[in-house]
Design a protein around this ligand. Sequence first.
Ligand code: ADP
Ligand code: MG
Ligand code: ZN
Length: 489
Amino acid sequence: MAEYETVIGLEVHAQLTTKSKLFCGCSIEFGAPPNTHVCPVCLGLPGSLPVVNAGAVERAMRAALALGCTVREHSVFARKNYFYPDLAKNYQISQYELPLNENGRLVVEVEGTTREVIIQRIHLEEDAAKNIHGAGSGESTLVDYNRAGTALMEIVSGPDLRSSSEAEEYLKRLREILMCLGVNDGNLEEGSFRCDANVSIRPVGQKKLGTRCELKNINSFRFVRKAIDYEVARQITVVSGGGTIRQETRTWNETQGKTLPMRSKEEAMDYRYFPDPDLPALAVTPEAIEAARAALPELPEAKRARYLAELGLTAADASVLTGHPEIARYFEASVAALLARANKLTRDAAGKRVANFVQSEVLRYAKADGLRVELPVTSDHVAELLALVESGEISGKQAKSVLADVMASGKSPAKVVAEQGLSQVSDTAAIEAAAREVLAANAPNVALYKAGKTNVMGFFVGQVMKAMKGAGNPRLVNEVLQKLLSEAP
Ligand code: ADP
Ligand code: MG
Ligand code: ZN
């Protein structure tokens, strides 16, 4: 049996984070009552005229520049003509021959292999309305035009990906970049980041691309993998059985675990694209392009490299902390605040302490909703808490329960520690009192220690900690015990 290579090209539709639609002032609020965010323009009423949303252009341009694209100074909006109930005008305004952005790249790495993926184009287009099938008696379809006219950018990759894992990685990195730029909220469930996967196979060594099938609107990273894997296996079975692949559009059916045909190329629509006479060419000045380029934030990839180099984090830690822009900001603010409080700490040490605490404790309570993340405590409180651990005032174990109290009460960590009398742990007198009692009650063990069996130290520490209900600073407990034992007769 011949060996086949998988070829994948992805088309991502990413909803832009503008407040209003692409060509009118209607709000794009998700989940509003049906057909409440509509106007003559997005309902396609005769005589209404579209006006492009500058914020959408700026966001698409920002994404393009971050991905190394060239921005066209004059791009053209085109009408993509077809009839469907979710498209009131009978055409969608998109960009065709002269898109806003072209020729970028995104490098992805999977299991040590890097793959350069060409971004062929990033163009602007409006979203369609939403058909709700199976309404009423189950046979009706309702249309909600709230989504009609929402600003999207379509990001088209070259046929450069070679496996479902590479496709998944590409999508994750892309989503992360768009979120970091604030141009997309990365919400797959709400459909603000959706993907069509074009999949073909060819015998290894063959240059010419095989016939592709397009898998439509897959709304989770897991489904992308499953759909591609299924489709590759299906195509290999067809071809190795002597058959040929028909170019067609297929959907992923999660219940059946299969891709199923939607429409073939024969039935494919002829869109009759032509420049939209209602819209002038979209002009972007070189100054605006350069200003947008200069204003680009540090991207996740660069952040990860910096966390590794400056803060000594592991790649895995850096990847979690840069996965969401709010978490990266929070992490960095916490490190800075901790360094300000505990000035003996090195950057590396502060970075690691915060990275560990945020990942193991704070993120457990974090709630993410698109670009917004609700974190249980402020970065200042994280720093204050870790500084208390650093100064020995509380133990690492206590920090967890203090965190819970800070979350519940909103009080500062220092206040919680003071109110609960936890800070006595660094009070040597209190430790000494407890230690004296433990030693007095365990004279035989003291004798053993004196006779050279120093491993009973662990026992003493344990007893003192127990007497102090776990609130003792282990380092101080050790020190105090050593001192008392050396003084003992
Ligand atoms: P369309 O607009 O009809 O979907 P495009 O030429 O714009 O067609 O291609 C869309 C996507 O399909 C791109 O991401 C491209 O990389 C990918 N693609 C094109 N040919 C193939 C192929 N033979 N195998 C896999 N992907 C392909
Ligand atoms: Mg396509
Ligand atoms: Zn409108």
